[in-house]
Design a protein around this ligand. Structure first.
Ligand SMILES: [Zn+2]
Ligand SMILES: [Zn+2]
Length: 424
């Protein structure tokens, strides 16, 4: 069966997250999106872990959970994101985010206990731990060797394992003797598979894309499609696919256009300065003189030992997608949070099926009948990579032009399929 998995989420107990996130709400959202495996997020947080225990069950001991009494088909996996902070040298502090997956509530209790010696568990769903990445992996693996650990949004400047400001230059440098236990990395919104394919030393890692959602509508903005025999839909199989870069069962990455991510280009938000590292070498803001925030493309270029367009052997296919809410908002000229956008979303999903089917599979004429020609055309343009994007930088999301209304104007770039370059 096809499993669409989002392995990095947050609860309402994580900093800056929506108070509307509940386990029940996550199940409903997963159904609308077409996601059938979703991380609980935040299992180290006492209040959220209590809700996990109250609302979820694993009746067959598979290591995957369902909402108690529900046969919707949506499975949950115990997951958390943690932040390690430590002095790499007496004067440099390294802050890195990591995701952890576990197979049972007992293990979640034990990992919470083990990590609580290094930081407060209950102040933030994404706990900050005073320890090195290697110490964190060692602690988690002392609870269970079945734990899966991978760096979160690996390239982002401030908390990515390879990020410009707090990152390292290799997995080995970051995870030391524990690097042998890291088998995957989360690409983050600002990088995609083709960018990561340019780096030969990443070939052995499973590339993951997850939402890192802070509110329910963002669930699945990136996701991983796996093909798993229904009889073996369990934690062990999932860990096996991730740990062995099983391109036979890991069949597709559903990804953001990396230019839409908020750290794609270099730049300085306060001065509205956005810099394309492919065509410019400036590292100081031309307006205020401060150091630019070095983005993801820049770091990938630093690491890359292959030209853009390289497709390594054994790589998993990918598709770029734009969340349906954003497509509707763009066409209507509204924000993604407005009422009319939410209503249109709901009516499309109830008439046509889950969001991922609408975005990726359903023929345009069927979409047009329900939602009109412009929305159908915008979805087709996204599928065919014929959209304009003003790339994101320094925390500012990229701006999409799905119907190419602004064609020819400054800062509007038209993507070309499979190439990370832009043409005016
Ligand atoms: Zn993070
Ligand atoms: Zn500036």
């Amino acid at each position: 069966m096809k499993v669409i998995a989002d392995l990095h989420t947050h609860s309402r107990y994580a900093m800056a997250c929506s108070s509307a996130i509940t386990i029940k709400g996550m199940e409903s959202t997963a159904l609308e999106k077409g996601i059938n495996l979703v991380s609980t997020g935040d299992f180290t947080h006492g209040s959220w872990l209590a809700e996990i225990k109250r609302d979820l069950e694993d009746p067959d001991g598979t290591g995957l959970f369902n909402l108690k009494g529900s046969n919707s088909g949506v499975k949950f996996i115990l997951g958390v994101e943690v932040s390690t902070v430590f002095n790499n040298t007496p004067t440099t502090v390294k802050k890195v985010h990591h995701c952890i997956l576990l197979p049972s509530i007992e293990h979640a209790d034990a990992v919470r206990d083990a990590l609580s010696k290094y930081g407060a568990m209950d102040s933030d769903g994404r706990p900050t731990l005073s320890m090195s990445p290697a110490e964190m992996v060692e602690n988690v693996r002392s609870v269970t060797k079945d734990a899966v650990v991978f760096p979160a949004h690996a390239w982002t400047p401030f908390f990515g394992v390879f990020g410009a400001f707090s990152g390292f230059d290799s997995m080995e440098e970051a995870y030391q003797d524990q690097a042998q236990h890291i088998h995957a990395l989360e690409m983050g919104l600002s990088s995609d598979s083709p960018m990561n394919w340019r780096i030969s030393k990443l070939d052995k890692y499973t590339l993951l894309g997850n939402s890192d959602m802070h509110s329910l509508p963002k669930m699945g903005r990136e996701a991983n499609v796996m093909e798993i025999d229904e009889r073996h839909l369990d934690y062990r199989t999932l860990a096996d696919i991730i740990n062995h870069k099983d391109a036979g069962r890991m069949v597709k990455n559903i990804e953001f256009y990396p230019e839409e991510g908020k750290y794609h280009f270099d730049g300085h938000r306060n001065c509205n300065v956005s810099v394309n590292p492919d065509t410019s070498t400036i590292e100081k803001c031309p307006v205020c003189g401060k150091r630019l925030v070095i983005g993801v493309l820049h770091r990938v270029n630093d690491f890359a030992d292959r030209p853009p367009g390289t497709v390594p052997h054994g790589s998993v296919p990918y598709v770029h997608a734009v969340p349906l809410m954003e497509v509707i908002a763009y066409v209507m000229g509204k924000t993604a949070y407005s009422r009319v956008v939410a209503d249109t979303y709901t009516s499309m999903v109830s008439a046509l099926g889950p969001e991922f089917e609408i975005l990726l599979d359903i023929p345009p004429d069927r979409i047009a009948k329900v939602a009109g020609d412009d929305i159908a055309k915008a979805i087709i343009n996204v599928r065919e990579e014929k959209i304009g994007i003003t790339p994101g930088y320094n925390g500012v999301f990229g701006v999409l032009d799905l119907l190419n209304r602004k064609k020819g104007k400054m800062h509007n770039f038209v993507r070309q399929r499979g190439i990370s370059d832009f043409t005016g």
